[in-house]
Design a protein around this ligand. Structure first.
Ligand SMILES: *Cc1c(COP(=O)(O)O)cnc(C)c1O
Length: 421
């Protein structure tokens, strides 16, 4: 038995499913990771992998990036949490305000889940409305208003997890991404506090906005005095230095972030128009709080990571490297006659099997997950760690360079060769 299997045996006795977050589980056992350097993970059995999961998004400069590590270490030696304001959090907030079009004011939190939970409360408190809209297949963290699936007919949603109250879920309506009519229909019938959506979907794999779609979303939400929240927990400081909103030139009323802004430490943030954010306590009457919110280590590491990415055309370079890899994968797929498609934008991509296109949550969720699982296992055997579940995103980082990309290309070539028709 290898050491990961041993640790998993111990782990599943004391934590549900043996993991701290469900998406990490796979059969027969998840790998326990001992170290990460650059874009490479080493498991507890000493096997090394080129990582394309990258902790689901935060590690855009790679594991142990010297500049980020130095900033974190310097802060750690001065204390890790104070329960009082500190300069690192202010520096991070000011940087976000400078880079992100929708951010007049920012409130830091500890995770993306918290950020979206608070943002929805702020939208409800500000508008005095109860109902909200999310997208089919959209993910906004693990809290009650977001753990909702589409209901039948024109009613609100139903719980997508046991323990979520039906009374809560009925206030969350579901529209289809890239289908403006589905959103307008709900807005016309209900008083909606906010639309919360990923401007680029990233939790059904990557699904990108069709030309003009986000402009339409902006237009119809404005017409109904509905707050538009872009959940940029993945795309913030990923899709561009100003997120997807800068890339597509559409400015929402509020934005949520997480992942990259913590530089590999826990972090989240919600931000938006001044007249909205002014209503957050202690300035206003909408409550949001957290012991670790604005954590100085997360803030110092996050700012260092953001600052590095915003220099030397690093976003442009990373995107070009990603485009080359994606085009190799597409060629391999075409040569193999395996049905599928690859979606990509900036430094993120997803390989879908069994479908010709994925432009909505519904289409993406129809992809062949068994085939994905075959690819995951083949790649693992050939030194590449993909996200274990289908419908996740492959993330490139600044640390993915020549030799690492060669390992990735060899892996994908070999896989498609092995399934060639
Ligand atoms: C990861 C993610 C979240 C949740 O963030 P956590 O830090 O895991 O709580 C929310 N929204 C989106 C779009 C995400 O990808």
């Amino acid at each position: 038995m290898d050491r990961s299997a041993e640790l998993y045996e111990r782990s599943k006795k004391v934590t549900p499913g043996g993991v701290s977050s469900p998406v990490r589980a796979f059969k027969p056992n998840p790998l326990f990771i001992a170290e990460g350097h650059g874009c490479r993970l080493k498991d507890v059995d000493g096997r090394e992998y080129v990582d394309l999961c990258m902790s689901y998004g935060p590690m855009i400069t790679g594991y142990g990036c010297p500049i980020v590590e130095k900033a974190a270490m310097a802060q750690i030696s001065k204390g890790t949490v104070y329960g009082a304001p500190s300069e690192p959090e202010l520096d991070l907030i000011e940087r976000i305000v400078k880079e992100v079009p929708s951010a007049d004011m920012v409130r830091l939190s500890c995770s993306g889940t918290e950020a979206t939970m608070h943002a929805i409360r702020v939208a409800r408190g500000f508008t005095g409305r109860d109902d909200i809209i999310k997208m089919n297949g959209g993910f906004h963290g693990a809290h009650d208003a977001a753990l909702v699936a589409a209901g039948s007919g024109s009613a609100g949603g139903v719980p997508s997890s046991k323990g979520v109250l039906a009374d809560v879920a009925k206030h969350t309506f579901t529209a289809q991404y890239n289908d403006i009519q589905s959103m307008s229909d709900i807005l016309d019938k209900q008083d909606i506090a906010c639309v919360i959506m990923e401007p680029i979907m990233g939790n059904v794999g990557v699904v990108t906005p069709e030309k003009g779609y986000l402009d339409e979303v902006r237009k119809v939400t404005k017409e109904h005095d509905t707050i538009l929240i872009f959940d940029e927990v993945i795309t913030g400081f990923r899709a561009s230095s100003g997120g997807a909103q800068l890339r597509y030139g559409v400015t929402p009323d509020m934005t949520t972030m997480g992942k990259i802004i913590g530089g590999g430490f826990a972090a989240g943030a919600f931000m938006g128009r001044k007249d909205i954010l002014e209503n957050v306590a202690p300035q206003g009457g909408i409550y949001a709080a957290g012991t670790f919110a604005g954590n100085p280590v997360s803030a110092a590491a996050g700012l260092a990571q953001i600052d590095l990415m915003c220099r030397n055309d690093n976003y442009g370079k990373l995107e070009k490297r990603t485009e080359r890899l994606v085009s190799t994968i597409m060629d391999c797929m075409a040569d193999s006659n395996v049905k599928g498609c690859v979606n990509s934008v900036a430094s993120m991509f997803s390989v879908f099997f069994g479908i010709d296109r994925a432009t909505t949550g519904t289409e993406a969720m129809a992809a062949d997950r068994e085939m994905y699982d075959r690819m995951f296992r083949y790649m693992l055997d050939h030194g590449v760690y993909l996200p274990p579940s289908a419908l996740e995103v492959d993330f490139m980082s600044l640390a993915h360079r020549g030799e690492d990309i060669a390992v990735l290309e060899e892996g994908f070539k070999g896989f498609f060769e092995s399934v060639k028709k």
